[in-house]
Design a protein around this ligand. Structure first.
Ligand code: SAM
Ligand code: SF4
Length: 474
């Protein structure tokens, strides 16, 4: 994957394989320790926080050091072949650790669980436990089984599990931004995508529990929440207690009304589902960020049809127009796949031209990777040669680079409200924060009495390819 976003929070390439630290100020003395590494999208990172909460209740504390661990978990991703290869390599390394420490348990969680359970457990004998994304509540029982020498497996997908009542442990947090899962699974059958098979049917979490989680985070000092789902705009919850049906726009509003000091972001929007109601809600509330991740995947209508995206090039362009009409200063980013089955040069150039049209601020770009069991694997031939896919991807990356630079240059001279996330990585005399449009802004602290999680107005004076540089405006 190529990511032209300096420090994206939703798909963060630099976080792949990240291990969690023990919690700061945790008073509990745990008898046993678990180590967890997370791969893939923000949903998976958010799931690891649910897993941590379940394991705490079962008497396991987190460690960042595999040598201290009684249990090593990998929360895995299947979205592209490369992700699976990286994880397999990691499992082989852990297998060696286990040879030296026989009581150690190794488990695979997440998207690879369902797909590869028999390979991982029986053929390759790499792991002791395989646990799918809807089965984390059964982890304590599975650990006991595995401790007794049995192979512990639960990859059942559920129609209703949302972990609504589990309060995630924010292990690796800056104390300013947090993710809240609002739904699980996906009902869209994009032909290239393995998610509907690995994560099951779409289901929305109880709106009351989402609002309660956001409120709790706010009271603990967090100032930004990102509502997460594969397709957030199809969020739909029937609240029988309050006799109302909550749409995504209504959910956004409920969270926005908690406090004007709490920023709200969300991801991901499928272009077919984002409604005017959602756009007007974003425009109405200053604390709902003016930023939409609207993956196009391809700019060509024939390819979009093969991808089963259910919109055409023209329809997508109209959606972009509508966003710009209702939220004129909206940041927009996209996911793009290069070299999907049978894509011609001309069709590829349609992708380049829709990028120009949409003026994306950021892009997440991939070349097509055929996934077993998907509609595309069954119906189409993966016939674009790898070198062509890579060259097309490079052209897309170059285009996005130019668009991101142009977008940053357009910001020079403008003033933005910035939420401070912490010190700049390069220099502690500088703050780092984000604008509503999700752009990273770095600026000198000067003599202002400010701290992390404060809001401040910053005027942009300059930019690098991924960062805006500014100064505080009094
Ligand atoms: N639900 C979100 C959506 O529809 O945009 C995100 C799904 S996926 C986790 C993130 C991105 O991975 C997709 O938008 C797509 O661009 C990319 N992707 C998914 N399957 C892929 C494949 N087989 N090959 C290459 N890229 C893929
Ligand atoms: Fe995959 Fe499409 Fe669902 Fe996104 S919307 S998770 S790309 S099937």
């Amino acid at each position: 994957m190529m990511d032209l976003m300096a420090d994206s929070k939703v798909h963060n390439e630099t976080r792949q394989g990240e291990a969690y630290a023990p919690f700061a100020n945790d008073p509990s003395n745990y008898q046993k320790k678990f180590y967890i590494e997370s791969y893939g999208c923000a949903m998976n990172f958010s799931d690891s926080e649910i897993v941590a909460s379940i394991l705490n209740s079962a008497g396991f504390g987190a460690t960042r050091n595999t040598d201290d661990a009684d249990l090593i978990l990998l929360n895995t991703c299947s979205i592209r072949d490369k992700a699976e290869q990286t994880i397999r390599k990691r499992l082989t390394e852990f297998r060696k650790v286990k040879n030296k420490k026989p009581g150690l348990l190794i488990g695979v969680l997440g998207c690879m669980a369902e797909r590869l359970k028999s390979n991982l457990l029986e053929e390759e004998k790499l792991v002791d436990m395989v646990v799918g994304p809807d089965a984390y509540r059964t982890l304590p029982g599975l650990i006991e089984e595995a401790e007794g020498g049995q192979k512990a497996v639960n990859v059942l997908l559920s129609r209703d599990e949302t972990y609504a009542d589990i309060s995630p442990v924010r292990l690796e947090s800056n104390g300013v931004n947090a993710f809240i899962s609002i739904m699980r699974g996906c009902n869209n059958m994009c032909s290239f995508c393995v998610v509907p098979f690995t994560r099951g049917r779409e289901r929305s979490r109880d709106a009351n529990s989402i609002v309660a989680e956001a409120w709790d985070l706010f009271n603990r000092g967090f100032r930004e929440v990102t509502l997460l789902g594969q397709n957030v705009d199809s969020y739909y919850f029937v609240d029988e207690q309050n006799n109302e049906t909550v749409s995504f726009a209504m959910l956004l509003e409920k969270v926005a009304l908690l406090s004007a000091e709490l920023r709200i972001r969300f991801s991901t929007s499928h272009p077919k589902d984002i409604t005017d109601e959602v756009l007007f809600t974003i425009a109405k509330y200053e604390n709902i960020c003016n930023y939409i991740h609207l993956p196009v995947q391809s700019g060509n209508s024939r390819i979009l049809q093969l991808m089963n995206r259910t919109y055409t090039r023209e329809w997508y362009m109209k959606k972009i127009n509508r966003i710009r009409e209702i939220i004129p200063d909206c940041g927009i980013s996209s996911d793009i796949i290069a070299g999907f089955c049978s894509e011609t040069e001309e069709e590829h150039s349609d992708t380049l031209s829709i990028m120009d049209y949409s003026r994306y601020d950021y892009g997440y770009m991939y070349f097509y990777s055929e996934r077993p069991g998907t509609l595309a694997e069954r119906r189409y031939t993966d016939d674009v040669p790898e070198d062509v896919k890579k060259r097309r991807l490079q052209e897309i990356v170059d285009k996005q680079y130019a668009l991101s630079v142009e977008s940053n240059k357009r910001d020079i001279g403008h003033t933005y409200k910035v939420l401070i996330e912490g010190n700049s990585k390069k220099d502690e005399h500088f703050w780092m924060g984000r604008s509503s449009q999700n752009k990273v802004i770095v600026f000198p602290k000067e003599n202002h009495e400010l701290q992390k999680a404060d809001y401040v107005m910053v005027k942009v004076n300059d930019c690098t390819k991924g960062t805006l540089l500014g100064t505080i405006v009094n």
